[in-house]
Design a binder for this molecule. Structure first.
Ligand code: SF4
Length: 357
């Protein structure tokens, strides 16, 4: 492994120079020092592609132009705005974080990474990104792209599945930072690291021939940078089968939805009633409706850690038939704005509208 301090000066200078001419500069959350906008983009970009985030980012800002607007928005509306971005705990933390910024900091984000980390949903790397971009603090970020770039640059052989090794890499990242006091450089350097990971030092095919730090890169010198970073722990996948009750009002104007509890699958979202088995679903239905239950084709929804096998069971019911069940009828013009899990939204788009009219 190469020592970070051996190449620190050359590294940050090359990266900053490269970022000015080759880095990304036209994304809507760039060219701003507004921590609200930077924070919003950082949270949305976690595990989500830039192209997906663009539309959501604009919609959020149109509805909630300031952190105070977001704090005051009803939770259902925030979940609705987020709907489709996945990882819904991020949306819940986003809302709580906005409320904390208002309650604890008078509506202004704190200026240091240390204090930013005390807010819900803001980890060390996100706090550092906000502090570096908005307040010029000399702190290092460590997202997936940065881990890859720095592991290759330094030929860092440690297994990043271990927290101790991640800390070592983070320490090396601190040593690579531009010098204290140059706030313009730290912001551009942070952006440069992100850009290099996203556009040049790609996971499978690093584009070393066009890389601004190629001459400094120990991984490249050793001949096979794509083998880095090393991370052994594999995600353990599991599978789950769920039965979804798709009850449509006989007048064709509404569907039956429940708000999910605060923990468990799709927590806090609106969804079709969920059951562990077809029998459990049938058991809650009024006797008279049971013969009308119709199993429609099951489908697979793939999550990061889990395969969900979803079995919709459809029924057309008089509004009064559902009176004893948990949930409520939601009109056709209202459910699209609710926070819905992606597969439930898709199912409703296909099947809730088919009988209406
Ligand atoms: Fe990544 Fe290659 Fe650049 Fe090294 S030289 S940082 S491996 S793109």
């Amino acid at each position: 492994m190469r020592q970070a301090r051996q190449c620190a000066d050359a590294f940050w200078l090359r990266l900053v120079t490269w970022q000015k001419t080759h880095g990304r500069s036209s994304l809507p959350w760039q060219n701003t020092r507004d921590p609200y906008r930077v924070w919003l983009s950082e949270i949305m970009l976690q595990q989500t592609q830039v192209s997906t985030v663009l539309g959501y980012y604009e919609r959020f800002l149109t509805r909630c132009p300031t952190v105070a607007d977001l704090a005051a928005a009803p939770e259902d509306e925030v979940m609705g705005l987020w709907s489709g971005l996945g990882y819904y705990s991020r949306a819940r933390n986003l809302h709580r974080c906005a409320q904390d910024v208002v309650a604890r900091f008078g509506g202004s984000f704190p200026h240091s990474a240390e204090l930013l980390q005390t807010l819900p949903g803001i980890g060390r790397s996100t706090a550092s990104a906000i502090a570096a971009f908005c307040f010029g603090e000399r702190v290092s970020i460590m997202d997936g792209n940065v881990k890859r770039v720095l592991s290759r640059l330094l030929a860092f052989e440690g297994d990043l599945a271990s927290t101790a090794n991640e800390k070592l890499l983070w320490k090396a990242a601190d040593e690579l930072l531009p010098p204290e006091g140059d706030t313009e450089a730290i912001s551009r350097y942070t952006q440069g690291l992100m850009d290099l990971g996203a556009t040049v030092c790609l996971p499978r095919q690093p584009q070393c021939l066009i890389c601004p730090v190629e001459a400094l890169c120990e991984g490249r010198r050793q001949g096979d940078p794509a083998r880095l970073p090393i991370k052994t722990r594999k995600l353990k996948r599991s599978a789950q089968s769920l039965w979804l009750l798709l009850a449509r009002s006989a007048d064709g104007e509404a569907v039956w939805l429940q708000k999910r509890p605060a923990s468990g699958i799709w927590s806090g979202l609106h969804a079709l009633p969920v059951f562990d088995s077809a029998e459990a679903l049938e058991a809650v239905m009024p006797e008279a409706l049971r013969p009308a239950l119709r199993h429609v084709p099951a489908f697979l929804h793939v999550l990061t850690h889990k395969d969900l096998h979803l079995h919709p069971v459809q029924v057309d019911a008089a509004r009064s038939d559902m009176a004893g069940l948990e949930g409520r009828w939601v009109a056709a013009e209202d459910w699209p704005a609710l926070g819905l899990p992606a597969p439930v939204r898709r199912l409703l788009e296909e099947r809730a509208t088919r009988i209406i009219g």
